[in-house]
Ligand binder design. Structure first.
Ligand SMILES: Nc1ncnc2c1ncn2[C@@H]1O[C@H](COP(=O)(O)OP(=O)(O)O)[C@@H](O)[C@H]1O
Ligand SMILES: [Mg+2]
Length: 480
């Protein structure tokens, strides 16, 4: 409540009542009631019963001062005995003073309740709040702070925010207090505090300097649990990462095994024909050796034929071994060459199943890509192998795998489209999941690995959709 300063300007005048022995008013200065003269009246007739009694008590010196009500006003009365005959009452109009007093009382009540409110906020706060002097000594600390540090308020009076820091932070704490005084405040100062029972707690504090009273307010939060939680989380992440790396390596290994399995199948097919051919030749040789006239011309032809078959077989083995050679460094490679390398590995199987591959280069701005060529071949082989199995499984008589290569200045796009009937819509989202397979002997790892190779190792994109009578994979790669 704000005091009305005007009240002070309207200070009352004093009324002086001179009375005789019989309490008759002999003289009166100032006005008691309006402008009516009260001269010659007995005070008994002027004042009410209660006030009259008080005045008499005053006169008989039972009281040194009394307060009386007269009409709407309140008077503080003093009494002086001048002589036997003359006595004087001094009446001070304190109506305004009592207004001020009421206002003051109200203000005081307001202040007290505000103080109580503030105290409640301090005590209920889930943070340590303390008031420090300029040296950092505790003047006050809320309940939370006392509980946090294990000290009572009396004990805290003998401590400072510096003495409650661990040795390592003594200097920093001193500087923090100085800094707060100099700059008005400091925020989020971190340190390790030591409780009464010697426990170390990680604390975060903010200091604010109250210049007018030369004190500091310090808010302290215990962040030990946060830090422990963060550490735990960090460790968990490390473990998770390690697990994932391990899992990832296992998967890389599995994918290579799966690809190898698919390729051994290919080798079997690739070799079956030349091996059969060689068998027939060997039989023919015996027949040749039985002849009287040794036909050297024929022998030469046979030799060429044997060499062709052996070259083909050794080429196949070379292809396979290159396929599995791990390139550690990224290199610039030609996508077309590597697509052809992948096709060669599976060519015999494709032909045996009457599946044609149609490569179409729309724009050969740049077919050179930076990355791991063998990984790219692995992706392509898996795509073609998947297309081939789909075509075989759906008994498609005229199997066709179209590979379109398109490129502009920055990107190279490869689409692999087959006519093997497509993927069930509900599986479309799952085909890149590890171990997802619809095949009896499938590993379900080919597309998962392909996605990782294209998107993580080569920073490209690999997407799938059903298109025409089959599946279309789109590989987008950035050059360089
Ligand atoms: N071209 C395709 N046509 C139809 N289904 C396909 C094709 N490519 C992949 N799929 C589906 O995606 C699944 C996962 O393929 P992949 O990861 O290579 O594993 P796997 O070949 O061992 O099954 C396959 O089992 C198949 O259901
Ligand atoms: Mg596969």
């Amino acid at each position: 409540m704000i005091l009305d300063a005007n009240i002070l300007k309207k200070l009352p005048k004093t009324i002086i009542l001179e009375i005789d022995k019989q309490n008759n008013i002999i003289d009166c200065s100032g006005q008691l009631i309006d402008k009516r003269s009260i001269k010659n009246n007995n005070i008994k007739d002027i004042f009410n019963f209660d006030s009259y009694n008080k005045l008499i008590a005053l006169k008989e010196q039972q009281e040194t001062t009394v307060t009386i009500q007269c009409h709407t006003k309140e008077y503080e009365v003093h009494f002086i005995q001048e002589s036997d005959q003359n006595n004087i009452f001094y009446l001070y109009d304190i109506t305004k003073y009592s207004d001020i007093q009421i206002q003051l009382k109200q203000s005081l009540n307001d202040l007290t309740s505000k103080k109580e409110e503030l105290q409640a906020v301090f005590d209920l706060a889930a943070n340590g709040i303390s008031i420090l002097d300029k040296d950092g000594m505790f003047l006050y600390a809320n309940k939370f702070f006392q509980d946090m540090m294990g000290y009572t308020m009396e004990e805290l009076h003998l401590e400072s925010c510096i003495s409650l820091s661990t040795n390592k932070y003594t200097q920093a704490s001193k500087e923090a207090v100085k800094k707060a005084i100099k700059h008005g405040s400091i925020q989020n100062f971190r340190k390790v505090c030591i409780t009464k029972s010697g426990i170390h707690i990680n604390a975060k504090m903010s200091l604010s300097y109250l210049k007018s009273i030369g004190e500091l307010v310090m808010i302290t939060s215990d962040i030990t649990e946060d830090i422990q939680y963060q550490d735990k989380l960090k460790k968990q992440v490390e473990i998770e990462v390690a697990k994932r790396t391990e899992q990832y390596e296992v998967m890389c290994h599995q994918s290579r095994l799966a690809a190898m399995g698919e390729m051994i199948d290919s080798i079997a097919h690739q070799w079956r024909q030349p091996l059969n051919g060689l068998g027939i030749i060997v039989q023919g040789l015996r027949h040749l050796s039985n002849q009287k006239d040794f036909d050297f011309e024929l022998l030469k032809e046979i030799e060429t034929e044997i060499m062709e078959k052996i070259t083909f077989m050794s080429q196949t083995i070379d292809d396979f071994s290159t396929f599995f050679r791990i390139t550690k460094q990224k290199e610039i490679f030609n996508v077309l060459t590597n697509i052809n390398d992948a096709i060669r590995l599976i060519d015999v199987q494709l032909k045996a199943n009457n599946i044609n591959i149609d490569i179409n280069i729309k724009n050969n701005e740049s077919l050179n890509i930076l990355g791991f060529a063998n990984e790219f071949r692995q992706v392509m082989l898996n795509m073609i192998h998947n297309a081939m199995t789909a075509i075989i499984d759906t008994n498609q008589k005229n199997g066709l795998i179209s590979i379109d290569i398109d490129s502009n200045k920055n990107n190279t796009y490869i689409t692999i489209q087959d006519n093997g009937g497509g993927i069930k819509e509900e599986y479309l989202e799952k085909v890149f999941d590890p171990y997802f397979t619809t095949k009896d002997k499938g590993s379900g790892i080919g597309l998962y690995m392909s996605k990782i190779i294209i998107e993580h190792h080569m920073k490209g994109r690999l997407n799938v959709k059903n298109e025409k009578n089959g599946v279309q994979f789109l590989i987008s790669l950035r050059q360089g």
